[in-house]
Every structure is written in structure tokens, then in C-alpha cells.
Design a protein around this ligand. Sequence first.
Ligand code: RIB
Ligand code: CA
Length: 318
Amino acid sequence: MAGAAKRIILDTDPGIDDALAILLALASPELNVEALTVVMGNCSTAQGVSNALGVLELAGAGNIPVAPGLDRPLLQPLLTAPETHGHTGLGYAQLPPPRRHPANQHAVDLLIERIMAAPGEITVVAIGPLTNLALAIRREPALLQAICEVVIMGGALRHEGNTTPLAEFNVYVDPHAAHIVYHSGLPLTLVPLDVTYQCILTQADVERLLALDSPITRFIADATRFYMEFHDEYQDIQGCVINDPLALALTFAPDLVETRPLHVTVDTHSPLSLGKTMADFYGAWSKPPNMQVALKVQARRFIELFLERMETLARRLK
Ligand code: RIB
Ligand code: CA
């Protein structure tokens, strides 16, 4: 008999690929989405909260709490990504104003309260800058023993950065928060650009989804159309990289990737390499591994899984 659904909290900066990860979580019976905690990144925290509420309502999951988190990095100036995700954060998609209000609780407090109430039971999927999680573990160090696992979409190890030549966006926005989390002792799995950039959603994939006329498929098409234009113009990629859904998928399909235990850190000082995530592949620093790192991915199998689950969700919400 299948085990109980895995309880997750999604810490997110929705964002187009974040929205796809939220939909994938809602379409996955293996998961129980406890809450969304929102952080600045692709767009402002306030915009991200509205987007999260809107995507949940689009998918008929308006009961899931959305808690606003930090609205700026620990030390760095705020950096958002309108060129990548559009001025609303959801590309060309237009959602009605959400009917619900956000939770009357800060994201850091929700993370602490929910995790400490269920030690060992909650997985945190961090698909935005790590500011909320970093402050949560500073505010309540007992989280280090209470969190079941943390899956992080972030970093670029042997792949070029997408924000500077070296740094990936989530880590670059708040490298100090990333440093706190990387060296916290939490059970971490890192999902870097090295694997996510193999996971390209193509126009043909979107047209397959559109064969099913549904608010879900129309939303995905409108959101990813903007995202594909960005990838074509800035990175000469035909399609769009769906980073966050891959990280989310590892909570129920870990065999999509091959991981390796590595010692990983992040540059928080150098102007040129600020936010660069570094893995000690050859043991030069003689330090123990502090995380599992996904280095290989069955990319097309993941894309097929994503498409199948979006079709199932769309049929449910026709
Ligand atoms: O670098 C990709 C990551 O940064 C993704 O999580 C994307 O949504 C942005 O947050
Ligand atoms: Ca994100």
C-alpha cells in the first residue's frame, strides 16, 4: 500500500517556473502541500504572494496557506528578474485578483511553527533565494534536527551562471543566506543549473498541453510564452528551462537524478565571483560533504512526467 503523502512546504519566489512547480506539487498525489512561504526574487514578495494565491486558486487549492516572507536579502540590495518573468512575475499569464488573503503569519514563523509541530515529517522545497530559510534556522536552531529534508533549486557548479557568468539567480540574490543554509548541517539536496538546464520545455510540449483546453493549460501557455521569448533572446535556447519543477519532482521521484555527496560553499566576498556556488569535486579542502548534489538527470523522462501530470490536473479542472 502506498505510504502516507510526503508533507512539504514550498519556499518560493513565484515566478514562472515556480508556478509550474506549484502546479506539479498539486498534481502529485505523493505530496501534501502544507503551505507556501514566499520570498523576494523573480518579483517582489508582495507580487509573489499575489501570484501564489492566484495559482493556488486557479488549481482549486485555495485552502493552502500562503505566508509572506522577507522582502529583501540579508545584505545584498534587492534584485528582481522582470526581464525573465515579466513585470507581474507570471509572464503573459493574467490571473484574476486572488479572493483570499495571505496567512496572518510571517513565513519564518510559519516555517518554525509547522516544522516544530511535526519533527522529522516536513520536507522544505526551496526554489527561490534562501533568505526565509536562513532566518528560520537562525531564529530556531532546533529546526536543524526537526526538518526532514531540504531540496534546493540553486547554484551552478560546472555550468555557467544565469545571472553573472558564474552565479545562479537564487544564490546570487542572497549569497549570505545561501552560505548560512549550505553550512547549517541540514540534510540538503542541491539541484543546480548543471541538471536543470537539461530540462527544456519546448513549444511542442506546450502545444501538446493545449490540446486539452483548460484554464491550467492556457495559464501554462501564457506564462511560458514570455519565458521562452526570454530564453531565445538572452540564451539562444528554443524553449524554456523549468528549473523549479525538477527540484520539486525529486521529492517523489528522486531517481530522476544521480546525486553525489560533496562539500559545497558559496562566495560571499569577491566582486567578480559573488554568489558562485563551488563544489570540491577533488577533495582539495579535505572537508566533509555538506550536501547531496544532483549531477545527472533523466531530462526527457522528467519532462514527460511533468506533461502527464499537467494533463491530469487540467482534466480535473476542465
Ligand atoms: O536560477 C533559476 C532560479 O531562479 C529559479 O528558481 C527561478 O525561478 C529563479 O528563482
Ligand atoms: Ca524560483
